[in-house]
Design a protein around this ligand. Structure first.
Ligand SMILES: [Zn+2]
Length: 408
């Protein structure tokens, strides 16, 4: 009921001032999983794909969000397409995942008088007033998509995710990793993308110099996908010992996403194989959907993600290891601690070039002692989330790390 007034205002203001025409469903924030997901080897027209699921009228004045690199890669082409269709698109380029970037775009897209819902956290507030755009296209990597999801959440309009890399499971999840003014990242509530369009042509490297970046992103995405093998075990542990609720469908979604990716790798797929990229894309979407179903990161985040937060956001260790690589490292440690079948996972990680020895870790800028320190500090991350770390204690997990990562 308290939402009735702002909702009426939303309709009234947008009828008279704004261009937002409403896009089914009318309450995009209530969406838990994307309405449509298109994963394909070749998509000549993104707009044509979107039009199959959404009436083109509801796409009027779309906002194309990208960064400098992804604008060149895919954003500009989409912008021109929207322009040619007479939809009068807008463009915003962002730099980094600072919250200020999102705030700037939100301000630029809202028209006074503004009506914000009174959510407690400033990041969770939502604009019910007029907007200059009706839908946000996030064209880019994890950062761009995360900002697009947050911007669409605050503007109270839908967002469509068009990833140009597959580095993590944020492409379809209801959360955004955002950097506040200070150092360290924070996970914020955001809109689940209304639609996801993954085109291999926008992900595969076009020039030889783009290849190292592509490989790093693929390794990251694989690490994040495989991490579901560990996080779902943690979840089951919490159900058994902490009376936590289990959503079996979400658990299976998250888990099978990791399993199919691992199977493809063990069957010999290389990082540039079309089938592996398509499988990874579907796996990451599936993982994001699982989080959307539960309304929490539980299906896809256990001890291995605590380790990442400890490393990145508490200890702030510099390293070239990405989110996915760090959670991959945590996954191996977790599986050993769980006494799960970890050898095939180690084999799979080794095949795609993820670290499986202390020497490999050094190559990614992950020192052995800092890693041990991060395991200790992990106990301070989300202590209410029961994982193998809370179950066995820090010493046992340190011992598991010793077993998981041999010297070379
Ligand atoms: Zn993750």
């Amino acid at each position: 009921m308290p939402k009735l007034l702002p909702t009426l205002m939303d309709h009234a203001l947008n009828r008279t001032l704004g261009v937002y025409q409403g896009l089914e469903p009318r309450r995009p924030n209530a969406l838990v999983i994307p309405r449509f997901v298109v994963i394909s080897a070749r998509i000549p027209s993104i707009l044509a794909e979107v039009e199959r699921h959404v009436e083109v009228d509801s796409l009027y004045r779309p906002l194309v969000l990208a960064d400098e690199r992804t604008w060149e890669l895919a954003g500009e082409a989409l912008f021109r397409e929207l322009q040619a269709a007479g939809l009068r698109p807008r463009k915003e380029l962002i730099r980094g995942n600072m919250y200020a970037q999102a705030a700037r775009v939100i301000q630029a897209m809202s028209v006074p008088p503004r009506v914000w819902s009174d959510e407690e956290h400033p990041w969770e507030r939502r604009l019910y007033g007029a907007k200059l755009t009706g839908v946000v296209f996030g064209v880019g990597g994890g950062t761009v998509v995360d900002l697009a999801k947050l911007i669409s959440f605050q503007l109270h309009i839908p967002c469509i995710s068009v990833p140009t890399s597959l580095a993590n499971d944020g492409i379809a999840s209801p959360f955004s990793v955002i950097r506040p003014d200070g150092p360290g990242n924070v996970t914020a509530r955001a809109n689940t993308p209304f639609g996801v369009v993954v085109d291999l042509g926008r992900i595969l490297p076009r020039r030889p110099e783009d290849k190292p970046f592509f490989l790093t992103m693929m390794r990251s995405g694989i690490g994040d996908a495989l991490s579901n093998l560990a996080s779902t075990l943690d979840w089951q542990l919490a159900v058994r010992f902490e009376q936590e609720k289990m959503d079996y469908l979400a658990m299976l979604h998250a888990r099978s996403a990791a399993e199919v990716v691992l199977q493809r790798i063990l069957a010999g797929a290389a990082l540039e194989d079309e089938e592996l990229i398509l499988t990874l894309a579907a796996g990451l979407v599936s993982s994001g959907e699982a989080m959307g179903r539960v309304g929490s990161s539980r299906p896809a985040s256990g001890f291995e993600h605590k380790l990442y937060h400890a490393w990145q956001n508490i200890l702030e260790y510099p390293s070239r290891a990405t989110h996915g690589v760090l959670v991959g490292v945590g996954t191996l440690i977790s599986l050993v601690a769980h006494e799960a079948d970890w050898e095939p996972v180690r084999e799979g990680m080794a095949r795609v070039g993820l670290p499986v020895s202390r020497r490999d870790l050094e190559g990614w800028g992950i020192g052995w002692e800092p890693l041990r320190e991060a395991i200790r500090v992990s106990a301070r991350v989300k202590p209410e989330r029961y994982t193998i770390l809370e179950h066995l204690g820090v010493e046992a997990v340190l011992a598991a790390a010793d077993r998981a990562f041999v010297a070379r």
